[in-house]
Ligand binder design. Structure first.
Ligand SMILES: [Zn+2]
Length: 235
């Protein structure tokens, strides 16, 4: 039959794996969320770019229409110029024409700027599209892997919990409850190795009497400082 310390050590192995699995099961959904956000951010960025492009195209069309309006106006002025009677009228029409021509030039400059911007954004659009095609697949693959990892962890946890349930029936009840208490209090390990004469749980030196008892006997001993069960390397 196994000694108490061996039994506790096995129980601890089970518990540490159970702890790890629980942590994993808690973390993976967060990682999946994070990946999904990464993916939707990329698509959002692309939509924003598309909107910006649409907006610029609309503004370009609007300015082209304005130019058309000014050009129509100039044509009208030109035909009016042929029919004016007074010098004053003539001058006024010329001023109006010059004003329209100036406005057209300004609009043409603005259109050129918009076209440059559109060209730049279209390059960005192509780059982003390539990036999305590549990264979207990668992210989707990663999400699938994470989901698989999660369901495997859940399966394994179920199995280990059942194993633990069976195993604790082999642990003497007072030892089990002490083990549970220490584990809860110390948040993790309840059984630690003594390295030379130091407890590797709290890193304090074990009193010589406890240490020699530990080396000589198979008795279940605890660290007088932190209360953890002690396991001598040579035992
Ligand atoms: Zn200790």
């Amino acid at each position: 039959m196994d000694s108490d310390i061996d039994t506790l050590l096995k129980l601890q192995e089970l518990d540490l794996e159970i702890d790890n699995l629980r942590k994993k099961i808690e973390t993976i959904p967060k990682e999946i969320n994070h990946l999904e956000k990464e993916k939707s951010d990329l698509i959002l960025k692309f939509d924003e770019l598309k909107n910006q492009l649409n907006h610029l195209e609309a503004s370009k069309r609007e300015k082209e229409l304005d130019i058309q309006t000014y050009e129509d106006k100039i044509l009208k002025i030109q035909s009016s110029l042929e029919r004016v009677k007074t010098n004053e009228e003539y001058k006024a029409l010329l001023r109006e024409k010059a004003h329209a021509e100036e406005a057209i030039m300004e609009l043409e400059d603005e259109i050129l700027n918009i076209m440059e911007e559109i060209e730049k954004l279209k390059e960005d659009e192509i780059k982003l599209k390539t990036r999305i095609e590549k990264e979207e697949n990668e992210i989707t693959k990663k999400i699938e892997e994470k989901k698989k990892e999660l369901s495997e962890a859940e399966e394994r946890l179920k199995k280990l919990l059942k194993e633990r349930e069976d195993f604790i029936t082999t642990v003497r009840p007072p030892i089990l409850s002490k083990y549970e208490m220490i584990r809860k209090k110390r948040n993790g390990k309840a059984v630690v190795i003594v390295d030379t004469d130091t407890c590797t749980g709290c890193f304090m030196i074990i009193p010589p009497k406890v240490y020699s008892d530990l080396v000589k006997s198979n008795k279940l001993l605890t660290c007088p400082h932190c209360g953890r069960f002690l396991l001598h390397k040579g035992n």
